[in-house]
Design a protein around this ligand. Sequence first.
Ligand SMILES: *[C@@H]1O[C@H](CO)[C@@H](O)[C@H](O)[C@H]1NC(C)=O
Ligand SMILES: *[C@@H]1O[C@H](CO)[C@@H](O)[C@H](O)[C@H]1NC(C)=O
Length: 197
Amino acid sequence: MAAFWLISIIVLVLLSGESNANPAASQQSQLDVNHRKPLQTFRPYNIAHRGSNGEIPEETTAAYLRAIEEGADFIESDILATKDGHLICFHDVILDATTDIANRTEFANRKRTYEVERQNVTGWFVVDFTLEELKSLRVKQRYNFRDQQYNGKYQIITFDEYILIALYADRVVGIYPELKNPIFINEHENNLPIYEI
Ligand SMILES: *[C@@H]1O[C@H](CO)[C@@H](O)[C@H](O)[C@H]1NC(C)=O
Ligand SMILES: *[C@@H]1O[C@H](CO)[C@@H](O)[C@H](O)[C@H]1NC(C)=O
């Protein structure tokens, strides 16, 4: 009997999927939003700053998934723009402290000095790299006293990928994006996308 109901339910799901002419609605059923636990309101929110960055290199998929697993209500991220106008999750305007850029000889000649918020900063700047180039780098821990075992394992992620991580969590998880250095970004970017809210 149980097997029969199970089969019936599967058939119903398949049929309703087929007859569903609205792609947005079928997308929504895949996300299963109605069955997710809503954001809790019985205590202050727990906001995971750059993901679980004490354990796993900051602002990577793994750091955000770990934070969600640990109960974060919101995942926080810094947002910068690439040379070709993609938004990425990254804190510093230079790549030096949290990626393997210094070891990447193909990019050695890309080091620059720019004025950022009234200070001269020298390094490899996010705005001088395309998304494809940035995706070829690997992220590492910012501080030596943190666990170094995940260095070199994860990529920089895009703003879109970050939104998907929150959207596909098994309960409601909020995003908390912070746009970094907007004056500097506007001085160096002509290709920024426009997000309609
Ligand atoms: C850069 O290369 C050195 C020498 O191979 C290595 O010890 C270091 O861990 C590398 N750094 C990064 C961030 O990949
Ligand atoms: C940055 O360096 C340039 C070139 O040396 C200099 O003209 C400028 O005054 C410096 N800016 C700051 C804020 O120190």
